[in-house]
Design a protein around this ligand. Structure first.
Ligand SMILES: [Zn+2]
Ligand SMILES: [Zn+2]
Length: 258
Protein backbone atom coordinates (compact mmCIF):
# COMPACT_ATOMS: atom_id res chain seq x y z
CA UNK A 1 0.00 0.00 0.00
CA UNK A 2 1.29 3.42 -0.99
CA UNK A 3 0.12 6.63 0.66
CA UNK A 4 0.88 10.04 -0.92
CA UNK A 5 0.13 13.22 0.98
CA UNK A 6 -1.03 15.61 -1.76
CA UNK A 7 -2.34 18.15 0.74
CA UNK A 8 -2.02 18.37 4.52
CA UNK A 9 -3.28 21.89 5.27
CA UNK A 10 -6.13 23.23 7.37
CA UNK A 11 -8.91 25.40 5.88
CA UNK A 12 -7.22 28.82 5.91
CA UNK A 13 -3.49 28.23 5.45
CA UNK A 14 -1.85 30.63 2.98
CA UNK A 15 0.81 28.08 1.91
CA UNK A 16 -0.49 24.58 2.47
CA UNK A 17 -2.93 22.79 0.15
CA UNK A 18 -6.15 21.53 1.72
CA UNK A 19 -6.28 17.96 2.97
CA UNK A 20 -6.03 15.41 0.15
CA UNK A 21 -4.37 11.99 0.39
CA UNK A 22 -3.88 9.38 -2.32
CA UNK A 23 -4.06 5.72 -1.30
CA UNK A 24 -2.97 3.00 -3.75
CA UNK A 25 -3.30 -0.73 -3.11
CA UNK A 26 -4.28 -3.91 -4.93
CA UNK A 27 -4.41 -2.16 -8.31
CA UNK A 28 -6.76 0.56 -7.16
CA UNK A 29 -6.41 4.28 -6.40
CA UNK A 30 -8.61 6.31 -4.07
CA UNK A 31 -8.39 9.91 -2.97
CA UNK A 32 -9.15 10.65 0.64
CA UNK A 33 -10.81 14.07 0.80
CA UNK A 34 -10.26 16.79 -1.80
CA UNK A 35 -10.44 20.33 -0.43
CA UNK A 36 -11.00 23.40 -2.57
CA UNK A 37 -7.28 24.01 -3.23
CA UNK A 38 -6.36 20.33 -3.80
CA UNK A 39 -7.15 19.60 -7.51
CA UNK A 40 -3.86 21.02 -8.95
CA UNK A 41 -1.91 18.64 -6.68
CA UNK A 42 -3.95 15.74 -8.06
CA UNK A 43 -3.30 16.84 -11.66
CA UNK A 44 0.42 17.13 -10.94
CA UNK A 45 0.30 13.52 -9.77
CA UNK A 46 -1.27 12.33 -13.06
CA UNK A 47 -3.05 13.92 -16.00
CA UNK A 48 -4.87 10.71 -16.97
CA UNK A 49 -8.67 11.07 -16.63
CA UNK A 50 -8.97 7.44 -15.51
CA UNK A 51 -6.18 7.68 -12.93
CA UNK A 52 -8.48 7.59 -9.90
CA UNK A 53 -11.06 4.92 -9.08
CA UNK A 54 -12.87 6.98 -6.48
CA UNK A 55 -12.82 9.23 -3.46
CA UNK A 56 -13.61 8.95 0.23
CA UNK A 57 -15.24 12.05 1.71
CA UNK A 58 -14.94 12.35 5.50
CA UNK A 59 -17.32 15.32 5.87
CA UNK A 60 -18.87 18.29 4.13
CA UNK A 61 -16.56 21.19 4.79
CA UNK A 62 -15.08 23.21 1.92
CA UNK A 63 -11.49 22.30 2.81
CA UNK A 64 -12.36 18.58 2.37
CA UNK A 65 -14.81 18.44 -0.51
CA UNK A 66 -14.94 21.65 -2.57
CA UNK A 67 -12.26 20.35 -4.94
CA UNK A 68 -14.73 17.84 -6.39
CA UNK A 69 -16.40 19.97 -9.10
CA UNK A 70 -13.03 20.92 -10.67
CA UNK A 71 -11.76 17.36 -10.37
CA UNK A 72 -14.82 15.97 -12.17
CA UNK A 73 -14.95 18.74 -14.75
CA UNK A 74 -11.38 18.03 -15.80
CA UNK A 75 -12.07 14.28 -15.95
CA UNK A 76 -14.97 15.12 -18.28
CA UNK A 77 -12.81 17.36 -20.50
CA UNK A 78 -10.01 14.79 -20.64
CA UNK A 79 -12.39 12.01 -21.71
CA UNK A 80 -13.09 9.82 -18.70
CA UNK A 81 -15.59 7.08 -19.48
CA UNK A 82 -15.39 4.61 -16.61
CA UNK A 83 -17.43 5.02 -13.41
CA UNK A 84 -16.15 7.06 -10.47
CA UNK A 85 -16.94 5.92 -6.92
CA UNK A 86 -17.82 8.33 -4.12
CA UNK A 87 -17.80 7.06 -0.54
CA UNK A 88 -19.02 9.30 2.25
CA UNK A 89 -21.56 9.92 5.00
CA UNK A 90 -25.31 9.57 4.43
CA UNK A 91 -26.32 12.55 2.26
CA UNK A 92 -23.18 12.40 0.10
CA UNK A 93 -25.06 12.10 -3.20
CA UNK A 94 -27.35 15.02 -2.45
CA UNK A 95 -24.52 17.25 -1.25
CA UNK A 96 -22.08 16.41 -4.04
CA UNK A 97 -24.71 16.90 -6.74
CA UNK A 98 -25.74 20.23 -5.19
CA UNK A 99 -22.11 21.34 -5.03
CA UNK A 100 -21.53 20.41 -8.68
CA UNK A 101 -24.71 22.15 -9.81
CA UNK A 102 -23.72 25.39 -8.04
CA UNK A 103 -20.19 25.21 -9.47
CA UNK A 104 -21.14 24.36 -13.08
CA UNK A 105 -24.93 24.38 -13.71
CA UNK A 106 -26.08 21.41 -15.78
CA UNK A 107 -22.88 19.50 -15.10
CA UNK A 108 -24.43 16.51 -13.31
CA UNK A 109 -26.80 15.68 -16.18
CA UNK A 110 -24.09 16.08 -18.84
CA UNK A 111 -21.34 14.06 -17.16
CA UNK A 112 -20.25 11.36 -19.66
CA UNK A 113 -19.26 8.92 -16.91
CA UNK A 114 -21.27 7.41 -14.07
CA UNK A 115 -20.98 8.56 -10.48
CA UNK A 116 -21.43 5.58 -8.14
CA UNK A 117 -22.36 6.90 -4.70
CA UNK A 118 -21.85 4.66 -1.68
CA UNK A 119 -23.16 6.27 1.50
CA UNK A 120 -21.41 4.47 4.34
CA UNK A 121 -22.87 3.59 7.71
CA UNK A 122 -20.64 0.78 8.97
CA UNK A 123 -18.64 -1.22 6.50
CA UNK A 124 -18.42 -1.67 2.78
CA UNK A 125 -16.63 -4.19 0.60
CA UNK A 126 -15.19 -2.66 -2.59
CA UNK A 127 -13.75 -5.74 -4.37
CA UNK A 128 -10.43 -6.33 -2.58
CA UNK A 129 -10.80 -3.25 -0.38
CA UNK A 130 -12.60 -3.22 2.91
CA UNK A 131 -13.82 0.11 4.27
CA UNK A 132 -15.16 0.60 7.80
CA UNK A 133 -16.34 3.90 9.27
CA UNK A 134 -17.49 5.39 12.58
CA UNK A 135 -18.76 8.83 13.52
CA UNK A 136 -16.34 11.06 15.40
CA UNK A 137 -16.87 14.49 17.02
CA UNK A 138 -16.78 17.50 14.72
CA UNK A 139 -19.02 20.52 14.05
CA UNK A 140 -20.73 18.49 11.30
CA UNK A 141 -21.05 14.72 10.84
CA UNK A 142 -17.57 13.30 10.21
CA UNK A 143 -16.48 9.75 9.43
CA UNK A 144 -13.29 8.16 10.72
CA UNK A 145 -12.09 5.51 8.25
CA UNK A 146 -10.34 2.14 8.47
CA UNK A 147 -9.24 0.78 5.10
CA UNK A 148 -7.83 -2.72 4.71
CA UNK A 149 -6.37 -3.78 1.38
CA UNK A 150 -3.52 -5.55 -0.37
CA UNK A 151 -1.70 -8.77 0.26
CA UNK A 152 -0.32 -8.97 2.80
CA UNK A 153 -3.17 -6.86 4.16
CA UNK A 154 -2.24 -3.33 5.21
CA UNK A 155 -4.37 -1.05 7.32
CA UNK A 156 -4.73 2.68 6.63
CA UNK A 157 -6.78 4.80 9.03
CA UNK A 158 -7.89 8.41 8.69
CA UNK A 159 -9.66 10.68 11.13
CA UNK A 160 -11.08 13.34 8.84
CA UNK A 161 -11.60 16.36 11.10
CA UNK A 162 -12.48 16.08 14.72
CA UNK A 163 -11.97 14.54 18.08
CA UNK A 164 -11.78 10.76 18.39
CA UNK A 165 -14.24 8.71 20.44
CA UNK A 166 -13.66 5.35 22.20
CA UNK A 167 -15.26 3.68 19.15
CA UNK A 168 -12.93 5.50 16.78
CA UNK A 169 -9.95 4.51 18.89
CA UNK A 170 -11.03 0.86 18.54
CA UNK A 171 -11.46 1.27 14.78
CA UNK A 172 -7.88 2.56 14.49
CA UNK A 173 -6.36 -0.21 16.63
CA UNK A 174 -3.24 -1.87 15.22
CA UNK A 175 -3.26 0.09 11.98
CA UNK A 176 -0.12 0.39 9.88
CA UNK A 177 -0.72 4.11 9.50
CA UNK A 178 -3.11 6.44 11.28
CA UNK A 179 -3.49 9.88 9.70
CA UNK A 180 -5.04 12.23 12.23
CA UNK A 181 -6.29 15.78 12.62
CA UNK A 182 -3.91 17.67 14.95
CA UNK A 183 -5.35 21.15 14.64
CA UNK A 184 -4.07 22.55 17.94
CA UNK A 185 -1.42 21.80 20.56
CA UNK A 186 -3.71 22.00 23.58
CA UNK A 187 -7.13 23.24 22.47
CA UNK A 188 -5.96 26.79 21.81
CA UNK A 189 -4.69 28.41 18.60
CA UNK A 190 -3.17 31.80 17.80
CA UNK A 191 -4.71 34.12 15.21
CA UNK A 192 -2.69 36.38 12.88
CA UNK A 193 -2.63 39.10 15.54
CA UNK A 194 -1.00 36.74 18.03
CA UNK A 195 -4.14 36.52 20.16
CA UNK A 196 -4.94 33.17 21.76
CA UNK A 197 -8.29 31.65 20.78
CA UNK A 198 -9.77 28.84 22.80
CA UNK A 199 -11.23 26.28 20.39
CA UNK A 200 -11.31 23.39 22.87
CA UNK A 201 -11.06 19.74 21.89
CA UNK A 202 -14.71 19.05 21.09
CA UNK A 203 -14.56 19.66 17.34
CA UNK A 204 -10.85 19.24 16.58
CA UNK A 205 -8.18 17.02 18.06
CA UNK A 206 -5.08 18.43 19.79
CA UNK A 207 -1.53 17.11 19.69
CA UNK A 208 -1.76 16.51 23.44
CA UNK A 209 -4.92 14.39 23.02
CA UNK A 210 -3.15 12.31 20.41
CA UNK A 211 -0.81 10.97 23.13
CA UNK A 212 -3.87 9.27 24.66
CA UNK A 213 -5.07 7.94 21.30
CA UNK A 214 -1.59 6.65 20.47
CA UNK A 215 -1.48 4.76 23.79
CA UNK A 216 -4.93 3.23 23.21
CA UNK A 217 -4.87 2.41 19.49
CA UNK A 218 -1.13 1.69 19.11
CA UNK A 219 -0.83 2.41 15.38
CA UNK A 220 2.53 1.41 13.87
CA UNK A 221 2.90 4.97 12.61
CA UNK A 222 0.92 8.15 13.09
CA UNK A 223 0.86 11.12 10.69
CA UNK A 224 -0.29 14.43 12.13
CA UNK A 225 -2.01 16.65 9.55
CA UNK A 226 -4.41 19.62 9.38
CA UNK A 227 -2.20 21.54 11.83
CA UNK A 228 -3.27 25.10 12.39
CA UNK A 229 -1.28 27.52 10.21
CA UNK A 230 0.58 28.97 13.21
CA UNK A 231 1.12 25.63 14.97
CA UNK A 232 2.75 24.00 11.93
CA UNK A 233 5.62 26.48 12.23
CA UNK A 234 6.53 24.63 15.48
CA UNK A 235 6.86 21.31 13.62
CA UNK A 236 10.49 20.72 14.69
CA UNK A 237 9.73 21.36 18.36
CA UNK A 238 6.67 19.07 18.28
CA UNK A 239 8.63 16.21 16.68
CA UNK A 240 11.46 16.72 19.18
CA UNK A 241 9.06 16.65 22.12
CA UNK A 242 7.50 13.40 20.90
CA UNK A 243 10.62 11.79 19.49
CA UNK A 244 10.03 8.55 21.41
CA UNK A 245 6.75 8.08 19.50
CA UNK A 246 6.37 6.93 15.90
CA UNK A 247 4.94 10.24 14.76
CA UNK A 248 5.51 12.17 11.58
CA UNK A 249 4.25 15.53 10.32
CA UNK A 250 4.21 15.03 6.54
CA UNK A 251 4.91 17.72 3.97
CA UNK A 252 2.98 17.91 0.66
CA UNK A 253 4.04 15.13 -1.76
CA UNK A 254 5.59 12.97 0.99
CA UNK A 255 5.10 9.26 0.28
CA UNK A 256 4.81 6.38 2.73
CA UNK A 257 5.03 2.75 1.60
CA UNK A 258 3.31 0.40 4.03
ZN1 LIG B 1 -10.73 20.65 7.77
ZN1 LIG C 1 -14.09 20.17 9.09
Amino acid sequence: MKVTFLGVGEAFDEDYTHTCILVEAAGRRMLVDCGATAPPSVWHQSKRPDYLDGIFISHFHADHVFGLPALMKRMEEDGRTRPFYLFGPVGTQRNVERLMEVAYPGMVARLPFTLRFRELQRSHRWDDWNLRVVNTRHSVQNLGLRLEAGSPTKVFCYSGDGMFTPTASKLYTNSDLLVHDAYSMDGTVKNSRGETINIGTKTHCSVQQLERLDDMARPKKMALIHLNRTLRKDKKEILKKYKQRRWIIPEPRDVIEL
